[in-house]
Design a protein around this ligand. Sequence first.
Ligand SMILES: [Ca+2]
Ligand SMILES: [Ca+2]
Length: 222
Amino acid sequence: MRVLGDPVELEMDDIVVILGTNSEATVDETAPNKIEVTTDIESSSPVLVGVGEDITVSVSSASQSVITETAEGLYSVSSLETSLQPITVEIAGVKTEYLPGDDYMPAIIDIKPGSTENSINLGSRGNVPVAIMSTPAFDATTVDPLTVELASAPVKLKGKGKAMATVNDVNDVNGDGFDDLLVHIDTTAFELSDTAEDATLVGMTIDGIEIRGTDFVRIVPD
Ligand SMILES: [Ca+2]
Ligand SMILES: [Ca+2]
């Protein structure tokens, strides 16, 4: 279906494709739980895809994305290898960029739970706590802590290589009734510049689903 300038509502109840007046896209429903959006190279405004309650996928010109509902209310987002531009996924106000070929499930993270400043001192030899939030559709405690990296830095190890996440680190960080996973990241391993404004976490569930989430950071001097 080729469309220009009108919102498109597909059969998947929770997905709405919104085309600006200067965007053009081909939208294909490839399966009952899967849509593919291909934008026109001439498009000058991105195509927005609203997914579920909180997720917006922004597909820039000359890019392609596939959005799949993997379980009720749980979505994965792929930027196809053939994309020429990255696509952006916004979840709860935080944007994460997907490069061509990237395939992830968007996740909500909270760097330094309890702090909105998320200050990070790159010179400190400590660790930074980060919570991966569960939702009604996603159980963050299924994420394997040993696979988690924040800004390329791994989870801090203790003793014989056991990740610094124990059963004590599973708790309901935001008080919404769903247990979240709290891990501690080795500050010395961060690949962040002094001007970084956000940091992205990647990880994998024990079922082999890759997740990705981003939160704001503020780098502070030593
Ligand atoms: Ca925080
Ligand atoms: Ca929670």
